[in-house]
Each structure stands twice: as C-alpha cells, then as structure tokens.
Design a protein around this ligand. Sequence first.
Ligand code: HEM
Length: 405
Amino acid sequence: MDLLTRFDFLNPEVMRNPYPYFAEMREKAPLHYDAKLQAHVLTRYEDVSYVTKNPALFSSVDVRIAGKHQKERSQDTGLEGVDSLLTTDPPVHSRLRGKVNRSFTPKQISAMEPRVRELSRELVAEMTASNEFEFMSGLASPLPVTIIAEMLGVDTSRRRDFKRWSDAIANSGNASLTGKTPEDVVRNAKEMLAYMTEVAEARRREPRGDLISLLVQEVEGQEALTPPEVNSFAILLLLAGNETTTNLLGNALTALIRNPEAYEWLRNDPTQAACAAVCEETLRYDSPVITVVRRTTQEVELSGGKVPANTTLFASVSAANHDPRKFPNPERFDPRRDTTGLMSFGHGIHFCLGAPLARLEAPVALQELMARAPRLGFSPRQPEHIDYGASFALRGPRVLWLQKN
Ligand code: HEM
C-alpha cells in the first residue's frame, strides 16, 4: 500500500520512524493533506524556511488543529487561553519578546555553565551508580526542569511540586485531540498557576534577581507583563523548554548507540566542542520538535501549489532537516558534518528563545556522562522498539533503559 495513505501523526507505530513517510511526501506530495488534523504538511526545506521567515503571510494567531483553536485546546486542560510568544504576531509578539530577550542572551546563559555542570555531575553520579538505569528520568528530564525552576525563582522547597506540575502539563500535549483531559492535568495546572501567581505577587512587592522579578517590573522603559501574561509565559517556558531539551538528550544517546562509529569518534576526544557537535547533528538528524504550525493569512503559492487563506500548515522542521537538497546524505548520522541552517529551533521572529540554554545544557550533560560512563548500550529492559508516543509536535523516547558495556 502507498506509504502516504498509512501516514498518521497520532499512530505510535508510524511515529516510531516518520522519516520514510516524510521522504515520500517531500518527493510526491509536498503539500500533503492530513485529514485527521485538518492541516497541510510541508516537508521541503525551501517551503519550511519560507513559512517561518514570513510571519505576515503565515500567522501564529488563531491557528486551528483538527478544527479547534489552540486557545480552546488549552482551555480543555484548564489553562487560561492567554496569548504567549508562540501564539502571537507583531506587534504583541515584539512587546512580549522584547521583555524576555535579555534573560536569554548567549552571554547571560553562558554565565550559568558552572551551575549546569554541577547539577549534571550530581545527576550523572547518582544515575550511573548502578550498572543499569533509566536515562530519561535519571538525567534528561530533571536537568532542564531544575534549571528552569531556578531561573524562574521557584523556592527550593517547592521544586518537587514544580517537577510534578511540569511533567503533568508536558504530558497533556495531545489530550484535547484524543478527547480525553485527564483530571490530574487540570489539577496540576491549577496548582501551578496558583503558585506562580503567589510568586509573581511576592516579586512585585520585593524583586529579586530572578526571571519572574524581571517580568513583573517595568525595566528600562519596558512595561511589566500583566498577571495572566506572566502565568502564560511561565507555562510556555515549561512546555517549550523542558521536554524539548529532554528529548534532545534522549535522541542523542539513541543516535550514538545506534551509530557506533560516531560514538567511538566522541569517546576518542570527548571535549565540549565534540559534545556540542553531537548535539547539533542530533538536532538535525532526529529533531526534538517535529513541526511548527501556522495559518495562511491570504492565498499563497508553495511548491505543492496554491493554498487558500486560513489554511493550517504544519511546517515540519524534522522533514526539512532531512531534505537532501540542503543536507546531503541526510539519513547518515555524522557529527562532523556542517549543520548550518538546521531548522530545529525554527527561523525568523519566533526563533527559539531558549536555543542558547539548550545548547549549553545538552553538551555539558553529555560531557559529564562521557566522563563517568563512556560506553553505554541498551539494557535488556529496554524494549526493542523505542516508544516515542504519538505527537505531531514533539519527538523523544518515553523511556530509555541503558547499561554500561
Ligand atoms: C520557540 C525548538 C528549547 C523556549 C521554539 C521554536 C522551536 C523550538 C522550533 C519555534 C516555534 C515556532 O516557530 O512556532 C526548541 C528545541 C529545543 C528548545 C528543539 C531544545 C533542544 C527551549 C528552551 C526554552 C525554549 C530550553 C526556554 C527555556 C522557547 C520559547 C519559544 C520557543 C519561549 C517561543 C519563541 C517565540 O515565539 O518568539 N523552540 N526549543 N525552547 N522556544 Fe524552544
């Protein structure tokens, strides 16, 4: 049967390896229509790049997935439908982004390296104390959550709660598509919002050096965010910043174990630059984010033909990263290749705010892991087929059991 008729973003078996489907679309159906999600899927580098660079033609506002607005979808999970960076266009987007840009500059972020290294070292030591361990819960997930909690200014005594809230909210991604909204997602989201509101009020009265304090004050002529905007930004950071970096680490380990030559190359000289090269190639080869989503504001011409106004587009960054016109021999995992232009963080005005942070955390964590456990393989507890769940948005192993070899 034709590969394309079997493609389904919400089928875990298909999503175990979507790349052959994307390759088929890229050649035969560059404007593939997904009936379930009611969206057109773009898989060519040229198209994905065009879409992300032209926010006037391709809006982030009022995007519908499976016929439902994103705001309605977030209300399903009990989160207020307040706009965040991801769901706004200029001028609202420019105001929100201007407010937070200064906390995520490469300079600000590189100052966090000692703390990221210290935490990575602790987590790696604890995890690798046994011969066999689950990598996602041991290192890949707690590292980014803890760092975000510290940046936001969450009290140490509430860190465990914060991790619980963040895990529940992160897992809610497909809830409204499947028609199920687990009660505990709603409960966790409400608890977290109540707590963030409390922190925001406290910082408004008595600012500290953390991110929430910056958001709730007027700084250098930039207005304070409103209380709902602060909540929505905190939730965005959790959603956009945690599972993505977690996935990057999971995908990197998977790629290294499946590509022994690359793993050997890294083992021979595990410098931070080599670890960074592995992470960049992982971003290209197995991107933690599968697609960005936009709505056409008018009729537009793409390689697959004309698209009417108000059409939902999935501009697949994973597929673009495998376009052989941009990256020759794309199915080969090679940390020595030139990854310039990779799409994994998006492009243009919505380019990932947290890219410098992800590019600090993942290589540092990998380097600390190489220092303690340089030769890992899948453990017998790891099922032969890695479970990636079913998501049109994010991609990474649900669990990854490893052992020292
Ligand atoms: C935006 C990917 C880590 C915060 C984006 C976008 C992508 C992306 C593709 C663009 C979305 C669009 O165009 O609609 C990733 C990947 C990551 C990562 C692959 C890890 C490997 C992070 C981290 C943070 C973060 C660590 C924060 C701590 C954000 C925010 C936006 C964003 C706030 C919205 C920016 C805007 O709309 O102006 N990210 N991200 N991300 N990311 Fe990331």
